[in-house]
Design a protein around this ligand. Structure first.
Ligand SMILES: [Mn+2]
Length: 321
């Protein structure tokens, strides 16, 4: 622990509704230099095929994240005491040029990685994860634990367009960013375009755990398998808020009935503890479809859950003083 680590504004001195909005009331900093974990916004939804609005996610997640406190109530983790964490702001994006948008996101995440920090991002639609992986997995493929209602491994949309929020993980596998045999997707459900829609993903080696299987097995059992699939190698964690049931997270682009409760999602993320996580994100929070900020609060809370896991891994990797 270092007394030099950034700390959230003390809520007993400045109330949570006051002041500038940053992730978890941490200082806003200009770069990731000196950070262990960089909280970063990616306000871009250029890959959205239906209900747009995830570009507004980072701002509302910041707002709701003012409710996060210092200590995880189950694990006892104090993320701001064991890791240096701050809000590095939003990446520069281009809302009207898809390829330039992807390039800017990749460059922004690459700068965080080059500074030696782990990115914990708030999207943005799920296509944002592709350029994040281009930066995080530049030197070697990574495994991935993927919470989602959708596999996001489709091929083409609207003719021959390869880049939408329904295609990022097919592109990531084609580009050698993911080791598909170390990828597990959890919570997949909902109607699909055609019977064989997931055949390509399964043929690559991805393990798809459909929602119905999760209901039969439960979080602990499923996460034991997920951890074994990811193994000890570098692993990315991506959390699409639409994995949660729309009754608890309605503010998203592609809602699907029959999803996780927020409590089940929290339980699963806590069971990521001990993996080698090289980056993580929470995507697809779309405030225009939200009710009273409940989806943004779910997103902010899942970021805090992920942060606690990341901070413990930072602490574990740090050489003793
Ligand atoms: Mn998704």
């Amino acid at each position: 622990m270092s007394s030099n680590f950034f700390q959230p504004i003390d809520a007993s001195a400045v109330p949570r509704f006051a002041g500038l909005s940053t992730f978890m009331r941490l200082p806003a900093v200009a770069s990731a230099e000196g950070l262990d974990i960089a909280l970063v916004g990616i306000p871009w939804d250029g890959g959205t095929t239906n209900r747009a609005g995830a570009r507004h996610g980072p701002r509302e997640i910041r707002n709701q994240s003012s409710l996060m406190r210092r200590v995880h109530h189950v694990s006892g983790t104090e993320p701001f005491s064991i890791a240096n964490v701050a809000d590095v702001g939003d990446l520069s994006v281009n809302p009207i040029n898809l390829l330039d948008g992807l390039k800017r996101i990749e460059d922004g995440i690459a700068a965080i990685v080059a500074a030696g920090a782990i990115p914990l991002a708030a999207g943005g639609d799920h296509l944002t994860t592709l350029p994040v992986l281009r930066a995080v997995a530049r030197d070697r493929p990574v495994g991935m634990i993927h919470f989602d209602a959708h596999s996001d491994t489709n091929d083409r949309y609207f003719g021959d367009n390869p880049y939408t929020h329904g295609t990022p993980f097919r592109r990531a596998i084609e580009e050698g960013l993911l080791d598909p045999k170390r990828v597990v997707q959890i919570g997949i459900r909902g109607s699909i375009y055609e019977p064989g829609e997931h055949d390509w993903a399964v043929a690559q080696g991805i393990r798809i755990i459909y929602m119905e299987e999760f209901v039969r097995r439960g979080a602990a059992n499923v996460m034991e398998e997920a951890r074994a699939i990811a193994g000890t190698g570098p692993t990315y964690v991506t959390f699409d808020i639409d994995c949660i049931d729309p009754s608890m997270a309605p503010g998203t682009g592609t809602p699907e009935l029959g999803g996780f409760t927020t409590r089940e999602a929290q339980e699963m993320v806590r069971l990521l503890d001990g993996l080698t996580i090289v980056g993580a994100d929470v995507v697809e929070v779309a405030p225009p479809f939200d009710l009273g900020g409940m989806t943004a609060l779910a997103g902010a809370t899942m970021m805090f859950e992920l942060l606690c896991v990341l901070a413990k891994s930072v602490q574990g990797a740090r050489a003793p003083d």
